[in-house]
Design a protein around this ligand. Structure first.
Ligand code: PEP
Ligand code: MN
Length: 245
């Protein structure tokens, strides 16, 4: 899983503590993963839910990432935070709720950081591509598209992971397309099967939520893999990727 090849981004939904991030970082390094995620500014549905530890989280993640030789992917919700993100983050994530925040898209279009753009939860593929176009039009061509599930009538899973989007997006653009089976399903037991399916249908990478102790996670614990499950998943993924070559 080297440069230009299939990439996995792993880490907790929210950055909580240094110990948590160290355990995650160790799991990533042990499994040959170079990209660590963690939310410091969290877009929560309820204003009373945990909102993230903000700048402290970015600093903490930077420290751990540097120690373990990892790059950081983290969500930017507001352009006013750009200076601090440019100091501590490597890849800026634009979340599903902000895919249609056109001012924010223009703002990240003017930065030099790669942008991981998630599909809006009710966005068509065409709207998703036009959101990416906003970033590109600002001069930033370093865009990673991320399918993370859309809303449908079925409440069995958190979202409906639209894997059809992968080959369709790859047909329409040369941008890398990754899949987030964690938010796409909302259930840890479904992350491995859908992550493997995403790789099988041509995704260029995956975003996987990992927590050393999912039952104690401050956000999205139900969909987080623990370190053992992540390791098991990575073993299966490596076999699959080899078979697909
Ligand atoms: C996240 O990655 O933790 C997140 C909030 O994702 P999404 O924007 O896809 O809901
Ligand atoms: Mn999350």
């Amino acid at each position: 899983m080297g440069q230009g090849q299939f990439q996995v981004i792993g880490g907790p939904c929210s950055v909580e503590t240094e110990e948590q991030m160290r355990m995650v970082a160790q799991a990533l390094v042990d499994n040959g993963v170079r990209l660590m995620r963690g939310g410091a500014y969290k877009p929560r549905t309820s204003p009373y839910s945990f909102q993230g530890i903000e700048e402290d989280g970015l600093k903490l993640m930077r420290k751990v990432a540097d120690e373990f030789g990892l790059l950081i992917v983290t969500e930017l919700m507001d352009a006013r935070d750009l200076p601090v993100f440019e100091e501590y983050a490597d890849i800026l994530q634009i979340g599903t709720r902000n895919m249609m925040n056109y001012r924010l898209l223009k703002d990240v279009g003017r930065t030099s950081r790669p942008v991981l753009l998630k599909r809006g939860m009710s966005a068509t593929i065409q709207e998703f591509l036009l959101a990416a176009e906003y970033i590109a039009a600002g001069g930033n061509q370093k865009i990673i598209l991320c399918e993370r599930g859309i809303r449908t009538f079925d409440s069995e899973t958190r979202n409906m992971l639209d894997l059809t989007a992968v080959p369709v997006l790859k047909e329409k653009t040369h941008l890398p397309v990754i899949v987030d089976p964690s938010h796409g399903t909302g259930r840890s037991a479904l992350v491995s099967p859908m992550g493997l399916a995403a790789a099988a249908c041509g995704a260029d990478g995956l975003l996987i939520e990992i927590h050393p102790n999912p039952s104690e996670a401050l956000s999205d614990g139900d969909q987080a893999l623990d370190v053992a499950s992540f390791t098991q998943f990575m073993q299966k993924l490596c076999v699959l990727l080899q078979a697909l070559q």
